[in-house]
Design a protein around this ligand. Sequence first.
Ligand SMILES: Nc1ncnc2c1ncn2[C@@H]1O[C@H](COP(=O)(O)OP(=O)(O)OP(=O)(O)O)[C@@H](O)[C@H]1O
Ligand SMILES: [Mg+2]
Length: 271
Amino acid sequence: MNTRLLNVIGLTKSLGTGISKLSVLGGISLNMAQGEFVSIVGPSGCGKTTLLMCLSGLYRADSGRVEFNGVEVKGPTAGVSIVFQDYSRSLLPWKSVADNVLFGMYREGDTPSREKRDRASELLNAVGLRGFESRYPWELSGGMQQRVAIARGLASRPQLLLLDEPLAAVDAQTRAEMQDLILTLAARYQQSCLLITHDVDEAIYMANRIIVLSNRPTKVVCEIDVDLPENRDQLETREDPTFLRIRHQVISLIRGMRTPVELEHTQGASR
Ligand SMILES: Nc1ncnc2c1ncn2[C@@H]1O[C@H](COP(=O)(O)OP(=O)(O)OP(=O)(O)O)[C@@H](O)[C@H]1O
Ligand SMILES: [Mg+2]
């Protein structure tokens, strides 16, 4: 875990133009080592997706620098893969499940197609979708579709997997199963993962480290090492005093960032 995989220095980014121009990233610095699982939490709309877009090279930052393996990221980068929140918009509806996963290897012109097909079926097997290879995404449940998206994210054997709220659209039971699936895959492929989630419990459950972001223009407020046993368990981990302590710390931080209007809403809703 000593190699510096990702190094982000003073990233700023505005979106929109003219009077609707919005300063979103306010100077983000963070880093990740090979093999780490890092969760990022922050208030709604603070710029988490924008940050991920900059890290993946899909957005160019206004200033600052993203380095992947010591090399500046200037565009979509081999070795970095992204799983978007909205699988219904990110899966290709006219392609079969297997072809969606194969699409994740589009850069690998030199890899024999037999090898790519074998890798796609290994991944579909790993995410529990053996037998669904020739189905279309719209024939599957939401959880199954997100599993296809995760298999596609892993298809290029990325060094870094970026996950943008991948489980936000699935029900609670599926969500817990998918958390464990992602952890199993991360361990099996020794996958470095950067997970964005608005769910503080999920952030702690999944990660070795949590990064808390502020309101917009967003900055890193604090980083917390998640000193929990490597093997996570949906019941035991969540009852662990360390888990509860970190949960308290993160929720207090995020609560402290809410605007008075948001606080009024939450208090109103709980009355
Ligand atoms: N293309 C765009 N043009 C202008 N403003 C944008 C654009 N994309 C996002 N924004 C604005 O930038 C801010 C940050 O958006 P972003 O999607 O990064 O936030 P987020 O933290 O991911 O939000 P959420 O928690 O809802 O997923 C929001 O206020 C959003 O309205
Ligand atoms: Mg987002």
